[in-house]
Every structure is written in C-alpha cells, then in structure tokens.
Write a protein that binds this ligand. Structure first.
Ligand SMILES: Cc1ncc(COP(=O)(O)O)c(C=O)c1O
Length: 435
C-alpha cells in the first residue's frame, strides 16, 4: 500500500494561508485557483506545498505534464540551453532546436505527404493561426466549430469556445463568421451523422467554409467522445468541399490517449493539427503542424511572433519527445487507461451518481448526474467531491459545459501505487458526497 499523501497541517496550512492573503490583495480574483495551497516543489505526479503537505496530482498542470513535474532530462536541457542563449527570435537569428523540433513533429504527424511546423506560445495562439492559415489558403471566411468546444480565450478563440460562463459572458462583441454545430455523441445528444449533415446544410454553405475545427475528443467540454465514424465523416466532407480540417489536439495530443495524436485512433489525416500543453513539459510552446502545400500559400513573414518557438522551450520539447519514445509512454497511457477505466466502471456500478464513463487511453472522465433518466447534471456534487479530494491529498480536475465531469489529466509517469492511492481517495469522496 502506497502512502504518497502526507498531510501535516489542515489544508491550507499557515504558510499557504499567508500567501493567499497577499493574493487576495494583489492578484485579480479572475485568477481563481483549484488548490487552496501553494506549491513548494513537484516531482513526477506528486506535489509538495509550502507547509510540507504532499498531494497526488491528477491535474498535471491542466494536462501539460505528460512527463511529470520536473523530469530530470527536461530540467537538464533547460539549464543547458539557458546557459547558451535564451532568446534571439528565430526570425532575427535562427537556431537549430527550432528546426530539429519541427522535423520531429512533422515526421510524427499522420499521413505520408510532406508536413511543416509553425511554432507559437499558447494553445489559443495556435488555433488563431490555424484559422488564419486556413482562411488565406482557401480564400474563404467561415469557420465551423462545435457545441462543447474549447479553443481558448483570445477574441477569436473565445468566440469559437462554446461555454458562456465564465469564458464569454460580458466579453463581447465576438468575432464574425463563426458557425456552431452540435458535436454528435452518444451520452448527451445521441445525434447521428445524418442529423449532423442536415444541420450543416441549414447553417452555412460549405463552399464558404475555410475550416472545420474539431477536438477529436472534447477536453474542457467534458471528455466527450464523438459518435463512431464522425471524424472519418468530417474528413470526407471537408475533402469534398475543399475545407481545411483542423484537429485541435491541444489537450488530446502528445500521447495522452495512447497514440501521439488522438486522430490516429480514427485513421484520419487532418490538414492542420494544433498542439500545446504537454509538448514542452509546461513551458509555453504550441505548434501548428500542417500540410506543406497549405504552408506554401502563406507569404513570408505573415505569421509568427516575438517569442514563438523559444529555444529553451524547443529544447524541453525535444526531451519530452525523447522521453515519450524511450520510456514507451504511449503504452503507459494505455495501461493507465486500463486501470482507471476498470476503477471508474466499478465505481459506476456502486454509485448512482456516475452516469457515464468515457474517454480514450489515459484521457478518461466520468459524468455525474442526479438522475440516470433525466441526466440532470450533478454540478454541486462534483465540486463537493473535488473539495473532499483536495482535503484528503488528491488534486483532481473537473470539466464539462455543466461542470459535472471528473477527469484525469495525470502524468504518464505516475506509478500504479500512486494512481491507485489517488483513485482510493476519489472513491471515498464519491461515496461520502453521494451517500
Ligand atoms: C482543446 C483546447 N484547445 C485550446 C486550448 C487553449 O489553450 P491555451 O490555454 O494554451 O491558450 C485548450 C486549453 O485548455 C484546449 O484544451
């Protein structure tokens, strides 16, 4: 039996409370935090706070830590690079790690045709640029997105994001030419591909659409898996009308689902793929991996930015790719998925509150409902479970348009013992809150 969790003080402890008091004064309340304590250090899937309490971390920095907190090889690469040069701007004085990483990612992308890679800083920036690229290439304006989608918080990506509160309410006016369709899935809308086709026909002329942007498995929307055949259908549809298919793999990519890109589960080759989060172990880096013929239509100096593809972040990312390959983290994602799914399904049989268990590989979630037939979201219960977990040593994220999905964004370097200890805490919390 593992005992990674060490609780020495009430949560939050006195040092964390002291920092929190200053936070209240100097940091906007918009920066609400899940954990009520402040980190001192983190290693692998464990986090120690300022008061010496140790927690199991299922959030992985909102999905940025596939390789865990402070992996040695990444830390060494960061120090080595920082001692050489921290910044030049690639378009002023170019550097090799940018090119090496571009080659590695281009070769990992599904499909056989030539690919190129542009780097940016955040997920939202990658999506913004994917839309710009698609519009320039197709000379069209419309962009189709989905209900439940999350694509970021900038003007364009906030418009593309679905959930109104807290992401959009009061932040308008929004960007134009964005069209939204339901995301066909089994649990919430039971929509078929034929229904989707009819909805599309009524919404926008496909010949005016530059891009369809889709998460192969919705993340913030509540770990929603599309109905079988949907991604494949989108590929056929976009080919038929000359639309750029953009896979937003910012949460699903870099191995979490057991494949490097989640689209590989569907055998689909998108035109553009966006990644961010785990690619540089938490340093700000994102990428748009795209077909060369599309990038050939983008003029010199028309996309970019001062910090994009920072050399320290590129070196970290190269190490992340090395760790994924050498430590077989894709297989580990499948193994973690197996353990978690079995535990979630077992809990579903015991606790009425669990309406659905779903996901791919280690990207698994459970949707909590008050009633199995009405599927009324159990949002308050979900928050209560998260809080209960926090006070017993587990940091677990929630998600979903209705805020009623518990999800796993755990580091793939977690041990089986730590994973089961965390799942035990979760089960006790579910039992307590739902009894
Ligand atoms: C699927 C998806 N797209 C885009 C984003 C936005 O990324 P960022 O917060 O780095 O801008 C996120 C962030 O959670 C995401 O999950």
């Amino acid at each position: 039996m593992s005992n990674s969790v060490i609780l020495k003080t009430p949560i939050p402890g006195p040092k964390s409370r002291e920092i929190a008091a200053k936070k209240m004064q100097y940091v906007p309340k918009a920066f609400a935090t899940l954990a009520p304590f402040y980190i001192a250090d983190g290693h692998g899937a464990l986090v120690r706070d300022a008061d010496g309490n140790q927690f199991i971390d299922f959030t992985g920095g909102w999905g940025c830590l596939i390789v865990g907190h402070t992996p040695k090889r990444v830390c060494n690469a960061i120090s080595d690079q920082a001692a050489k040069y921290i910044h030049t701007d690639f378009t002023a004085v170019p550097y090799e790690p940018f090119v090496v990483l571009a080659e590695r990612l281009a070769k990992l992308a599904p499909g056989h045709g030539p690919k190129q890679v542009a780097f940016f800083n955040s997920g939202a920036e990658a999506i913004e640029n994917a839309v710009k690229i698609a519009r320039k290439y197709t000379k069209r304006r419309a962009v189709v997105v989905f209900e439940g989608a999350f694509h970021g918080r900038t003007l364009l990506t906030m418009t593309m994001t679905h959930k109104a509160s807290p992401y959009k309410a009061g932040f308008g006016p929004f960007a134009s030419d964005i069209y939204r369709l339901p995301f066909p899935n089994l649990y919430r809308n039971n929509m078929s591909i034929a229904d989707f086709d009819r909805a599309f026909a009524a919404l926008v002329d496909p010949m005016e659409v530059a891009a369809i942007v889709v998460e192969p498995l919705q993340g913030e929307g509540g770990f929603v898996v599309p109905v079988e055949g949907f991604l494949e259908y989108l590929r056929k549809f976009t080919d038929q009308y000359g639309i750029v298919l953009v896979a937003d793999e910012i949460q699903t990519g870099v191995g979490r689902t057991g494949k490097f890109f989640a689209v590989e589960h569907y055998g689909v080759e998108p035109d553009l793929i966006t990644i961010a989060k785990s690619i540089a172990a938490g340093l700000p880096l994102s990428a748009v991996i795209g077909k060369k013929k599309i990038y050939d239509s983008i003029p010199e100096s028309s996309i970019g930015g001062t910090y994009v593809g920072n050399p320290v972040a590129c070196r970290a990312a190269i190490e992340v790719l090395n760790i994924i390959e050498e430590d077989n983290l894709l297989d580990r994602a499948v193994a973690i998925g197996g353990i978690v799914r079995a535990r979630f399904v077992d809990m579903q049989q015991k606790y009425q509150i669990i309406g659905d268990v779903r996901g791919l590989g280690a990207m698994l979630g459970m949707e909590l409902v008050k009633d199995h037939s009405t599927k009324e979201p159990a949002k308050e219960e979900c928050s209560a479970i998260v809080q209960e977990c926090l006070h017993h040593g587990l940091i677990i994220p929630s998600a979903g348009i209705y805020g009623n999905v518990l999800r796993m964004l755990v580091s793939l370097t977690i041990t089986d013992e730590q994973l089961n200890e965390g799942l035990d805490i979760l089960e006790r919390a579910i039992q307590k809150v739902s009894s």
